[in-house]
Design a protein around this ligand. Sequence first.
Ligand code: GDP
Ligand code: MG
Length: 391
Amino acid sequence: SKTAYVRTKPHLNIGTMGHVDHGKTTLTAAITKVLAERGAGSTTQYVSFDRIDRAPEEAARGITINIAHVEYETDTRHYAHVDMPGHADYVKNMVTGAAQLDGAILVVSALDGIMPQTAEHVLLARQVGVDHIVVALNKADAGDEELTDLVELEVRELLTAQGYGGDSVPVVRVSGLKALEGDPRWTASVEALLDAVDTYVPMPERYLDAPFLLPVENVLTITGRGTVVTGAVERGTVRVGDRVEVLGASVETVVTGLETFGKPMAEAQAGDNVALLLRGVARDTVRRGHIVAAPGSVVPARRFTAQVYVLSTREGGRSTPLTTGYRPQFYIRTADVVGDVDLGEAALARPGDTVTMTVELGREVPLETGLGFAIREGGRTVGAGTVTAVQ
Ligand code: GDP
Ligand code: MG
């Protein structure tokens, strides 16, 4: 039988973000290699570039489509690391995945500097509540020193503009590629990056005493065992035998199995990436976007008021204002729901504006004050907001 997951170190969720081709996947593979060779903890395993980037669509289009999860340990912490998609078309996945990030590694190629997706990901990180970013100035092996200095300045300015205090953010010059090849100098650069993550990203507050809540990211069937949902626990704890309800599917059931990274666990808690086996739930009744929660602990709603930043045209947003009656998609936790926008007296919002709006969703979802969301239209992000009141 499988070895159980034993919680020996605090667990954090981090991820790589940044423009396509700046080296996110290479760096992710390099991190696992450097740590595996250091013998850092029993959960650390080298994961090759191909295994991280293995989605079939990936090969066809040369872009990362799915979020890959890898697991590793430093001396002080256990990390689940997601390798984020780099292309604007897949910001959807970044929005839903990033919502659970305790910190992020912003990968910027020292050769190219800030590109549109670099800026878009920083903005999205801010909106979904990622408070700590560490910068990996990648491809430093191939970069010219003076140019790299300029790129560093530029990155610090971008971070400051988004409220990240760019002067104090650690910026580490690395080469994921050379570290992956075993070059000692660049292996040390990846170690330095990990030290920066360990020390700069604080252990987040976990709401362990709150009622259990997990937004469903994926649904799978395990033959002979039943339906499994996966996702990150947003708050509370859950144990095998606990009763839960699935909001969206309108079912109440019992958790009959609990795993993290393929290892059974006795109790999952806020911040953990887990798979929950649900008793007697048919595969097609549960979907991404549903919420598994302690029974009666959340009340879904359709109407809310929000503070919304409408992305400027330069940030990839609209070129025209939006008006009352606008009907975009709202990405809330892992859900994707259409909604009607009412701008009240203002009636109009221009790209670059921050506005208050009332939204009537096409269906009920669990909502609460402070919840972040993205607004998307025709495959791109046009706004980012926070719920200020639920009606
Ligand atoms: P992603 O799209 O951000 O995940 O980027 P990838 O990890 O797929 O890397 C894109 C390209 O950059 C590949 O050809 C890599 O081999 C190359 N690359 C990645 N990291 C480095 C690095 O540190 N140095 C150099 N010279 N090339 C790199
Ligand atoms: Mg990639």
